[in-house]
Design a protein around this ligand. Structure first.
Ligand code: PGA
Ligand code: ZN
Length: 434
């Protein structure tokens, strides 16, 4: 089987928000092919690798990706054609060197990630292996493991109420998630998440709230406060066949960077509680969160503080119950090995969002996984708010033994595609979640 790369190409396609994104395709001499469609964030961290957009206002409001497509077809293809697709790290490092910038701004992280993952898929196909199996072997080699990392199904985080930058409603917290922490087996967890989602829809309808959805498929109603949203969520769980707290807990993604006011060094979060607006210094804000976490069955909180507020994170970490709960970095850490390592050393997180397009290559994603394993940080492989029907992250989550996957509500095609892929993998593996 000749695994030499014969062709590398790309095209502009649309994501779930109707914005252009890049799809890469790699063909090997054997005829094996691999492709990957790159997702795109809305509440992006400022330290993420750069998603290259054309800026030509005559097309898609400047959001076209034709420059990134050309970079794949010319500059990247020129270097990679003739290389061995089985040598993933070499391929990734070649693209990193060709780009030459710290944040992949020259070729675009969208161009580089598209090719990195498409190469991996082509290689898996050439070996006649399932993607998660092939990824698992690659990762085990990367980690210098004698035996392969164990495979496992992740527990899903269902973002069933959307606010913040993901919806045009009154909610400030970007994501309200249900977590079927006490339900065994992925397929049952999916059923739990979906049935609770349907209960929530019914409750919203009964109260005259809208049941239209936000970018990740969660409902986006106008509710008096974010705390009301948590009450609705509790009601939805209680109306379902699943038990609140023992089987279902909640997670929140505040995406707090958007509420940080640099001039006054305060957070200004509208509508979060009965006081209607929380404008306070980081220390007071962390007290607010600790109280909120105690009043509702919230097991996980993501980005409660801003991406540069390391002191605020430290303050919250001092008060946080790391044994019982999970404090998660996303915009803070942006899947960047240096930032993840810093957060790990400062002991301010015990959960990490892994979004491949925040960093740009599979090899760097592996580096981040290595740091998580070394510091006992829970891995949460994640989609972006702008997605396609690509299911790569489902295989990645299984391959690295991620404790969780974040993939939105189970009611939009681009989200459901990944959940359905996990159902398929569960059947193939016949294993239960850890
Ligand atoms: P994004 O949001 O994909 O719009 O960045 C997801 C998140 O913040 O977790
Ligand atoms: Zn986030």
């Amino acid at each position: 089987m000749d695994t030499t790369i014969q062709n590398v190409t790309a095209r502009e396609i649309l994501d779930s928000r109707g914005n252009p994104t890049l799809k890469a395709e790699v063909t090997l001499e054997s005829g094996a092919k691999g492709e990957f469609s790159v997702p795109s964030g809305a509440s992006t961290g400022i330290y993420e690798a750069i998603e290259l957009r054309d800026g030509d206002l005559a097309r898609y409001n400047g959001k076209g990706v034709l420059t990134a497509v050309e970079n794949v077809k010319n500059r990247i293809a020129d270097k990679l054609v003739g290389m061995d697709a089985l040598r993933q790290s070499e391929i990734d490092n070649t693209m990193i060197a060709l780009d030459g910038t710290k944040n992949k701004s020259k070729l675009g992280a969208n161009a580089i990630l598209g090719v990195s993952f498409a190469v991996c898929r082509a290689a898996a196909t050439s070996q006649n292996r399932k993607l998660y199996n092939y990824l698992n072997s690659l990762l085990s080699t990367f980690l210098d493991r004698i035996e392969n990392q164990p495979l496992s199904l992740p527990t899903p985080l269902f973002n069933i109420l959307n606010g913040g930058a993901h919806a045009d409603n009154t909610l400030s917290i970007q994501e309200f998630m249900t977590i079927p922490i006490g339900v065994e087996r992925f397929s049952e967890q999916l059923r739990a998440g979906t049935e609770i989602d349907h209960e929530l829809k019914r409750i919203l309808k009964e109260r005259g709230a809208t049941t239209s959805v936000g970018d990740e498929g969660g409902f986006a109603p106008n509710l008096p406060t974010d705390e009301t949203a948590l009450e609705f969520l509790s009601e939805a769980v209680e109306a379902s066949a699943f038990k609140l707290e023992s089987e279902i807990v909640f997670g929140l993604d505040v995406a707090a960077s958007q509420y940080w006011e640099e001039d006054d060094k305060v957070y200004a979060i509208p509508n979060i509680s009965e006081e209607k607006v929380l404008v306070d210094k980081p220390q007071k804000v962390s007290n607010f969160y600790i109280d909120l976490l105690n009043r509702f069955p919230i097991r996980l909180i993501e980005d409660p503080l801003a991406e540069d507020d390391w002191a605020g994170w430290k303050d919250l970490a001092k008060k946080f119950d790391f044994k019982e709960k999970i404090l998660v970095g996303d915009d803070l850490t942006v899947t960047n090995p240096q930032r993840v390592e810093r957060a790990a050393k400062e002991k301010i997180i015990n959960g990490l969002i892994i979004k491949p397009n925040q960093i740009g290559t599979l090899t760097e994603v592996f580096e981040v996984i290595k740091i998580c394993n070394a510091y006992n940080i829970k891995k949460i492989v994640s989609h972006r708010s702008g997605e396609t029907t690509d299911t790569f992250i489902a295989d990645l989550a299984v391959a690295c033994g991620a404790e969780f996957i974040k993939d939105g509500a189970p009611i939009r095609g681009e989200r459901v595609a990944k959940y359905n892929r996990l159902l398929e993998i569960e059947e193939e593996l016949q294993v239960s979640t850890p």
